[in-house]
Design a binder for this molecule. Structure first.
Ligand code: F6P
Length: 318
C-alpha cells in the first residue's frame, strides 16, 4: 500500500481538521502518498480527489469545520454508487481510505472494505453517539459551546426571573444534554435516557421558584418535543415567563478544544498504523485512556450504554 485517501463525511465536527492533519502527516512520515477527497463520499464518486503534501494541513489544527468539506450521501448504500467510487480510487491508484464521521460514514467505510479497499473509520461527530468509543472527536468542543451558551442565558434569565428551555443537538443521543446540563448547572435535564414527564417538569419549576430561584434552566435533547410549545405550556401552567432557545448548528462550529485536538491526533496516527498493518474495515475508539479498534460491523451493532453514573449525578445535583 502506497497511496491513502482521506475524507470527512456526515455532519461536520470541530477537530475534523486536526484529525485530517494527523492522518496526512502520519502517512507522509511513513512514506505514503496522501490524497484528500472533497465532499465526503459524494466527492469520491465524482473524483474530486487531490494529492497533498505537509503544507496542505498547516494552520488548520485550530480551525473548526473541515477544510475538505463534508456531505451526506444516503445513495452510497447502493452498491452501484460505491462501484463508481471504487473506479475513481483506481484511477488515482488509491488502495486505502481513512473515513472520518459518524455511523453513516462507518457504514460506507465497511462496505468499501468489503469491496477490497481497506478503510479505517474515525469517530467525528459532536453527538457522541458512537458506541465503540467513549468520546467522539468534536463532542468536547460542542459541550464547551453549550456550557458557555447556557452560562450567558443564565444571566438574562436571572435578570428577568425567567425560565429558559434550551434545546441541544445529539440526534437520538442524550450525551450533549446530560454532560452539558451538568457542566452548566442546568436545573432540569431531559434526554431520552433521562426522561421527565411534563407534569414533573412543571412541578419542579414551581418548587424551585417557591424556593426563591431567579432563573430556571431546562436543557433538553433535540427531537424529544417542540421546545417552543413546551415553553408556552410551562408559562401557562406556572405563571413564570418562559422562552425556548434552540442552539442549533452553532454547536458544530468553533475552534476545537485541546482535548478534541489531542484525541484527533492520537486517532489519526492510529488509523495509519492500522492501514500499515494491512487492516481494513476497522474503526478506532477510546476506552478509558486507551485507544482501541474494532471491526466496524461489530462496532455498529454495539448498544450505546446509558451513563447511569452521570444520570445519577444529574438527578442528585440538578
Ligand atoms: O450528527 C450531527 C448533527 O448535528 C446532529 O446533532 C443533528 O441532528 C444533525 O447533525 C443535523 O444535521 P443537518 O445539519 O444535516 O441538518
Amino acid at each position: 500500500m502506497k497511496k491513502v485517501g482521506i475524507l470527512t463525511s456526515g455532519g461536520d465536527a470541530p477537530g475534523m481538521n486536526a484529525a485530517l492533519r494527523a492522518v496526512v502527516r502520519a502517512g507522509l512520515a511513513n512514506g505514503l502518498e496522501m490524497f484528500v477527497i472533497y465532499d465526503g463520499y459524494k466527492g469520491l464518486i465524482e473524483g474530486n480527489i487531490k494529492q497533498v503534501d505537509r503544507t496542505f494541513v498547516s494552520d488548520i489544527i485550530n480551525r473548526g469545520g473541515t477544510i475538505i468539506r463534508s456531505a451526506r450521501l444516503p445513495e452510497f448504500a447502493d452498491v452501484e454508487v460505491r462501484k463508481a467510487g471504487i473506479e475513481q480510487l483506481k484511477k488515482f491508484g488509491i488502495e486505502a481510505l481513512v473515513c472520518i464521521g459518524g455511523d453513516g460514514t462507518y457504514q460506507g467505510a465497511k462496505a468499501l472494505s468489503d469491496m477490497g479497499i481497506n478503510c479505517i473509520g474515525l469517530p467525528g461527530t459532536i453527538d457522541n453517539d458512537i458506541a465503540s468509543t467513549d468520546y467522539t472527536i468534536g463532542f468536547d468542543t460542542a459541550l464547551n459551546t453549550i456550557t458557555n451558551a447556557v452560562g450567558m442565558l443564565r444571566d438574562t434569565s436571572s435578570s428577568h426571573q425567567r425560565c429558559s428551555v434550551v434545546e441541544v443537538m445529539g440526534r437520538y443521543c442524550g450525551d450533549l444534554a446530560l454532560y452539558g446540563g451538568i457542566a452548566s448547572g442546568s436545573d432540569i435535564i431531559v434526554t431520552s435516557d433521562h426522561p421527565l414527564v411534563r407534569d414533573e417538569i412543571i412541578e419542579k419549576i414551581i418548587k424551585m421558584r417557591k424556593e426563591g430561584k431567579q432563573h430556571i434552566i431546562v436543557i433538553i435533547t433535540e427531537k424529544l418535543c417542540d421546545v417552543h410549545e413546551l415553553a408556552r405550556d410551562i408559562e401557562r401552567r406556572t405563571n413564570i415567563e418562559c422562552r425556548a432557545e434552540i442552539l442549533g448548528r452553532i454547536q458544530r462550529g468553533g475552534s476545537p478544544t485541546a482535548r478534541d485536538r489531542v484525541l484527533a491526533g492520537r486517532m489519526g496516527v492510529r488509523a495509519i498504523e492500522l492501514l500499515l498493518e494491512g487492516k481494513g474495515g476497522r474503526c478506532v475508539g477510546l476506552r478509558g485512556s486507551d485507544l482501541v479498534d474494532y471491526d466496524i460491523n461489530e462496532a455498529l451493532k454495539m448498544p450505546k450504554r446509558n451513563n447511569e453514573q452521570l444520570i445519577k449525578v444529574a438527578r442528585t445535583i440538578s
